[in-house]
Ligand binder design. Structure first.
Ligand code: C2E
Ligand code: CA
Ligand code: CA
Length: 410
C-alpha cells in the first residue's frame, strides 16, 4: 500500500472510530542500505517481510499494519485509552528489535525507529496525523531516541506534503546557479545548482525546509530527479558557450538506497549531452557519516561513472579520518561557518588552513563557501585554497537568466 492509499484507509478508519482515540505509529527499519551492502539485495528484500511478521506479533488483534515503503510500516491502533498506551506499544517494538531477526540460519540485527501521533490529540484528518508521525520519527532521530510521540509545534517549519508534491509535478521549482571562482585563474570555473521554491500563496520557502520535508516523506527521489534534469538542462545551454565550466548538484544520501540512482544520473547526463566529468555531486559530510559503508560504496560507483564527488559542509560534521581516507571524493568544501569567521578569529583561520592542507594531502580540490568579503578571499588565496564561492563572488541567480545573459554578451 502506498502513502496515498494508506491515507484513504486511515480516513475510513477515522470515520468509523466514533471519536475514540486512535494511535498512528510509523515504524522505520534502520540501516537497511548498510544491510544490503553487506548481504546483497536478495537478503535485504527479505528483511521487511520478516520485520512485518515480528511487528504483527507485538500488536493487538484489532490493530492494523501496512507496509508503505521499502523500509516503512504504518500501524493503526484503535481504542487507545491514553498516550501512555501508544508509547508502550512503540517501546515494545523497538525493544523487541534489540534481538536479531533470523535469515537463512543467520542472526541479523535490524534496529527500528518509531514515531507516534494520536487522533484526535494531534489532528483530525489522515494527512495531518501521518505527517505528525513523520515529525515524531524525525524528532526521535534528532534526540538520539528510538521512539517518540509527536509534540505539537515541532513541525512549525514544515510545509504541507501536497504542496511540494504538486510543485514538483507542475515543475514549479526553479534551479538557481551560484558562481564558483577558480582562485588561481581568478575566473568563474563553474556553478553550484541550488533549488528555489517560490510558492504562489506563501512566498519563498527555504530549501533546507522543503528538502528536509522531501527527505522525510519520500519525495526526495522526485526532487533529486527534478534537480538533476533542471541543472543539466540549463548547464547544457551554458556549456555550449564555454565547455570548460563545471556544475555541482547537491544530492541527499537518502537516495543512495535507490537501485537505479546511477542509471538515473547517467540517463539524465545522456539526455542533455553532458559529459560526467563536468559534473560534481555534493553530499554533506554529516550525511555521509550517518552510514559510511553505504556512502563509500555509492561514491565509488559514481566515481566509476566519471562524476566528481564533493564532501560538502566539511568540518561541521564528525568525520572519522579513517573513513575520510576511504571516501573516493574529488573535492572538500569547507563549511561556511569557518570561512565567515576567519577574518576575526585566528582559530577559524587555522582550522581553514588545516582543512586545506588535509584536502591537498588527500589529493582533493578544496573549495571555500560563504565568502562574503574581499579580505577573506585574499586570505584563502594566500592559504592555497583552490576555489571559492559566496556573496562576495556572486549570489545565485535563476539559471534561465544566466543563460540569457551569456547569450546577450555574445
Ligand atoms: P549548501 O549546499 O551548503 O548551499 C550553500 C548555501 O549557502 C545556499 O543556501 C547559498 O544560498 C548560501 N550561500 C551562498 N553564499 C553565501 C554567503 O556568502 N553567505 C551566506 N551566509 N550564505 C551563502 P540555500 O540555497 O538556502 O541552500 C541551503 C541548502 O539546501 C544547501 O546548502 C543544500 O544543502 C540544500 N539544497 C539546495 N538545493 C538543493 C537541491 O537541489 N537538492 C538537494 N538535495 N539539496 C539542496
Ligand atoms: Ca552544496
Ligand atoms: Ca555547503
Amino acid at each position: 500500500m502506498n502513502r496515498a492509499a494508506l491515507a484513504g484507509r486511515l480516513t475510513d478508519v477515522l470515520q468509523r472510530s466514533g471519536g475514540e482515540r486512535l494511535g498512528i505509529m510509523l515504524v522505520r527499519i534502520q540501516r537497511l542500505q548498510e544491510f544490503r551492502l553487506v548481504h546483497g539485495y536478495e537478503a535485504s528484500d527479505a528483511v521487511a517481510p520478516a520485520a512485518a511478521v515480528r511487528v504483527r506479533g507485538l500488536l493487538r488483534p484489532q490493530d492494523e499494519l501496512e507496509q508503505v515503503s521499502e523500509n516503512e510500516f504504518i500501524a493503526l491502533l484503535p481504542n487507545l485509552l491514553n498516550t501512555g498506551h501508544a508509547m508502550l506499544a512503540a517501546t515494545r517494538i523497538v525493544r523487541d528489535f534489540d534481538s536479531p531477526l533470523m535469515f537463512h540460519g543467520h542472526a541479523v540485527m535490524t534496529p527500528v525507529a518509531v514515531g507516534v501521533s494520536l487522533y484526535p490529540d494531534h489532528g483530525i484528518d489522515a494527512t495531518t496525523l501521518l505527517r505528525a508521525a513523520e515529525v515524531a520519527l524525525r524528532d526521535a532521530k534528532r534526540l538520539g531516541e528510538r521512539c517518540a510521540l509527536y509534540i505539537p509545534g515541532t513541525e512549525r517549519a514544515m510545509v504541507p506534503y501536497e504542496w511540494l508534491h504538486d510543485a514538483l509535478q507542475a515543475n514549479r521549482l526553479e534551479a538557481h546557479f551560484e558562481p564558483i571562482l577558480d582562485l588561481r585563474r581568478n575566473a568563474v570555473c563553474g556553478y553550484e545548482s541550488l533549488a528555489r521554491w517560490n510558492d504562489a500563496s506563501s512566498g519563498s520557502i527555504r530549501p533546507d525546509v522543503f528538502i528536509r520535508l522531501a527527505e522525510d516523506t519520500g519525495l526526495i527521489a522526485e526532487l533529486t530527479r527534478w534537480s538533476l534534469n533542471a541543472t543539466f538542462r540549463h548547464a547544457a545551454g551554458i556549456r555550449a558557450r564555454d565547455s570548460a565550466l563545471r556544475f555541482s548538484v547537491n544530492i541527499s544520501p537518502r537516495v543512495f538506497g535507490q537501485r537505479d540512482l546511477v542509471q538515473q544520473i547517467t540517463g539524465a547526463l545522456a539526455i542533455w549531452d553532458m559529459p560526467p566529468e563536468s559534473v560534481t555531486l555534493e553530499v554533506t559530510e554529516s550525511a555521509l557519516m550517518e552510514d559510511p559503508l553505504t556512502s563509500i560504496a555509492m561514491l565509488h560507483t559514481l566515481r566509476e561513472a566519471g562524476l566528481g564527488v564533493s564532501i560538502d559542509d566539511f568540518g561541521a560534521g564528525y568525520s572519522s579520518l579513517a573513513y575520510l581516507k576511504q571516501l573516493p571524493a574529488t573535492e572538500l568544501k569547507i563549511d561556511r561557518s569557518f570561512v565567515s569567521d576567519m577574518r576575526h578569529d585566528v582559530r577559524s583561520s587555522r582550522v581553514v588552513r588545516a582543512i586545506i592542507d588535509l584536502g591537498h594531502q588527500l589529493d582533493l580540490q578544496v573549495v571555500a563557501e560563504g565568502v562574503e568579503d574581499a579580505e577573506t578571499l585574499e586570505l584563502l588565496r594566500a592559504l592555497g585554497c583552490d576555489r571559492a564561492q559566496g556573496y562576495h563572488i556572486g549570489r545565485s541567480t535563476p539559471a534561465s537568466h544566466l543563460l540569457q545573459r551569456i547569450e546577450v554578451h555574445d
